[in-house]
Design a binder for this molecule. Structure first.
Ligand code: HEM
Length: 168
């Protein structure tokens, strides 16, 4: 069961990571060709970027996170490196969301919109992916780092939530 979950986790995250590399390249290089100035070229680019994002890369990301969450609960690995990994995964999610925003903004609409450089997503995605992979494969002992944090960040403060933040 665990082996099957890990297989699903790794297969889907391979697709997700490939998407986070391919989408910035697709939008930066393919999306700025001369042919894109024509209606047919633009329609092809929109279909390719939109479908790749909504039908392949986003579902792969959801499956990777879902399988990872089930693994987390099944193996009970709530170590410091896993928490650090989740922070780095959040970075991947932010890059993913930014790419989605760029793809959404590149649609045909009235007015003028200058797309920020999509290639900027590539070094960020690579840095977060490398951090996640290093943390999960090396499983480093982060206790010296945690010990160096100020006391206030290491122990519960037992304070009540401000009334505005009480959820119910
Ligand atoms: C919310 C997102 C995620 C959660 C909750 C999660 C959780 C987990 C858990 C619990 C394991 C098993 C660890 C163990 O056997 O000690 C695992 C394995 C793994 N994860 Fe994730 N993961 C997530 C996202 C990712 C991402 C985005 C990547 C890569 C970029 C990744 C790469 C891996 C790899 C390579 C393994 C296999 C490690 C091994 O078997 O030694 N995970 N994950």
């Amino acid at each position: 069961m665990i082996a099957a979950l890990k297989a699903v986790h790794i297969a889907s995250l391979a697709v997700w990571c490939a998407g986070l590399v391919a989408l910035p390249l697709l939008m930066q290089i393919y999306g700025r060709r001369e042919l894109l100035q024509t209606q047919a070229g633009y329609a092809e680019f929109r279909l390719l970027s939109h479908r790749a994002y909504t039908r392949l890369v986003t579902p792969a990301a959801i499956i990777a996170v879902a399988a990872g969450t089930v693994l987390l609960l099944a193996l009970d690995v709530l170590n410091a490196w896993m928490m650090a990994k989740l922070v780095a995964v959040s970075g991947m999610v932010l890059v993913h969301a930014w790419l989605g925003n760029l793809i959404g903004r590149s649609r045909e609409e009235r007015g003028d919109y200058r797309l920020p450089l999509p290639i900027l997503a590539l070094p960020l995605a690579l840095a977060f992916m490398a951090s996640v992979l290093w943390l999960v494969l090396a499983k480093p002992d982060l206790s010296p780092l945690i010990d160096s944090l100020p006391e206030v960040m290491r122990s519960p403060q037992e304070r009540d939530l401000p009334p505005g933040l009480v959820p119910i």
